[in-house]
Design a binder for this molecule. Structure first.
Ligand code: BES
Ligand code: MN
Ligand code: ZN
Length: 505
């Protein structure tokens, strides 16, 4: 969708549909909505008085405003979008409303529309945040994954163009910049969604590496891809153990962006779990729903995609992306439950369950980052089914060893609307990972499954500031929620972009 910014009065805009808004409880609309209302003989006020529109969040009212009847208004239709209560409006509400609007317009068959920036007037949201949220809600809300749907001819086509109208010239520069940022954030999240939605037969570790190379190339970044022999030479026995049951070769991806090259210690390592298909290995998963395990590279997708936006937004921090990509398959050469492997840092691991493979690959990805002098690590992983048991599919659990880095991650998650919540790394749960035969075991028993997984990773991060985000439940949804579609959500891509900007201010 093309997005343009135009300075004009809303009533002067010639467009298929003009989108204005209404707060709950407002009886005589002001601002842009009031101006439109005046041009159409108080029709909106009448609808409010008659109780047909209330302004509740995402309430949509489409009225036809034919030019022959209302010559003072150039738009041929007006869509009134409810914003909810003006004291509860925030950027998430703007994203939700924008997503609902764009889907409605598509449903109605609209190709081009114009809209004002919602919530910046009496809502009091600052104009940059509201413009960015309008763009994000629209682009992310319109997302569909259709590339393999070849026979569905009745499908409604995408909306082609959105014109953002602002009459106040003093706001144009800020809105213009916010639109660009919103587009960059959204495109990154959309790339992550596409990768997660892609079936595993179309997205091997090598294919994922090609995507990373392309992102790096497009942005003039370094990208190294290590093969099995390379990572074996580095001693990544935990990672190669996972990969050994698969016929598709592993690919270890390392991208770097130097935003503060004179101070290499100022770095952020984004490490994403990159299991391109998780069958469970010899500890084979049950068949029901196993297809969802094509998305077990959601962490890797989000870090690679975040790098695309980071390279364009150029924060003053060195950002590295690592993804130890591989399938987890039960081939004849697969590792067995009970095997002991040695990670890059020398620690031995009892592989109690081959389905707890993500933490094994992360152990070596973190070992690699530390060998390159990582000073801050954030890992993102579809790690545990227990994340859904703990917090449901609306909030990602977060763990870590550094209050400052955790606060920064949580702040970014809040700003972009990708909810996260910190859980403790308590010493009682940690004991559940104890092994009789090795330094640590890759499972921790029934209780606190997300926590024991996080404890395992923390053993490899050591004292270096580290945060772990478990996106097992939030990476894919079964139904639409606001600007999140069915299937891949792309989280926490925008949080990571925002984090890099926050650390690199
Ligand atoms: N990739 C899965 C976790 C997962 C489950 C992601 C559901 C998305 C949806 C992970 O590799 C896994 O299998 N974890 C096991 C760990 C267990 C064997 C200790 C789990 O959560 O059951
Ligand atoms: Mn698994
Ligand atoms: Zn997995």
């Amino acid at each position: 969708m093309e997005i343009t910014l135009v300075q004009n009065e809303v009533t002067e805009i010639e467009t298929d549909v003009l989108v204005v808004n209404l707060f709950e409880g407002v009886t005589s609309p002001g601002g842009a909505t009031g101006a439109v209302d005046k041009m159409i003989g108080g029709l909106i006020t009448d609808l409010i008085v008659d109780g047909e529109i209330s302004g509740s969040e995402s309430e949509l009212t489409l009225i036809h405003t034919s030019n022959s009847v209302y010559p003072d208004l150039k738009a041929s239709r007006v869509l009134i979008a409810g914003l909810g209560s003006s004291d509860r409006i925030d950027t998430n509400a703007i994203r939700r409303v924008s997503a609902t609007v764009i889907r409605k317009l598509r449903e109605v068959g609209v190709k081009k529309f114009a809209t004002i920036v919602h919530g910046a007037g009496i809502g009091g949201v600052d104009v940059s945040s509201s413009a960015q949220s309008l763009v994000e809600g629209s682009l992310l809300g319109a997302y569909r994954f259709l590339k393999y749907r070849t026979t569905d001819t009745k499908r409604k086509p995408d909306v082609e163009s959105m014109v953002i109208v602002e009459s106040d010239s003093s706001k144009l520069t800020a809105i213009g910049a916010a639109i660009k940022k919103g587009v960059t954030y959204s495109n990154a999240e959309i790339l992550a969604r596409d990768l997660v939605n892609e079936p595993a037969n179309k997205l091997s570790p090598a294919n994922l590496a090609s995507v990373a190379l392309k992102v790096a190339n497009d942005n003039g970044l370094q990208c190294e891809v290590l093969d099995e022999a390379d990572v074996s030479a580095l001693g990544m026995g935990a990672y190669t153990g996972v990969a050994q049951g698969s016929s598709r070769p592993l690919k270890f991806i390392h991208m770097s962006y130097l935003g503060d090259s004179s101070n290499l210690e100022n770095n952020l390592w984004l490490i994403g779990k990159g299991i391109t298909f998780d069958s469970g290995g010899i500890s084979l998963k049950p068949g029901l729903g196993m297809g969802k395990m094509k998305g077990d590279m959601g962490g890797g997708a989000s870090v690679i995609a975040a790098m695309d936006a980071i390279a364009q937004l150029k924060p003053n921090v060195n950002v590295h992306v690592v993804c130890a990509a591989t399938d987890n398959m039960p081939g004849g050469t697969a590792q067995r439950p009970g095997d002991v492997v040695t990670a890059m840092n020398g620690m031995t691991i009892e592989v109690d369950n081959t389905d707890a493979e993500g933490r094994l690959t992360l152990a070596d990805a973190i070992g690699y980052a530390l060998s390159k002098n990582a000073t801050r690590i954030v890992d993102v992983a579809t790690l545990t089914g227990a994340a859904r048991i703990a917090l449901g599919d609306g909030v990602s659990p977060v763990f870590g060893n550094d209050d400052d880095l955790i606060s920064a991650v949580l702040k970014s998650s809040e700003v972009v609307g990708e909810p996260m919540w910190r859980l403790p790394l308590d010493s009682v749960t940690k004991r559940q990972n104890a092994s009789r035969v090795a330094d640590v075991k890759n499972t921790g028993g029934r209780g606190g499954g997300s926590t024991t997984a996080a404890h395992f990773i923390s053993d490899f991060a050591g004292e270096t500031p580290w945060v772990h985000i478990d996106i097992a439940a939030t990476s894919m949804l079964d139904s639409v929620r606001g600007w999140f579609p069915v299937g891949a959500t792309g989280v926490p891509t925008r949080s990571l972009v925002d984090l890099a900007l926050r650390l690199g201010k």
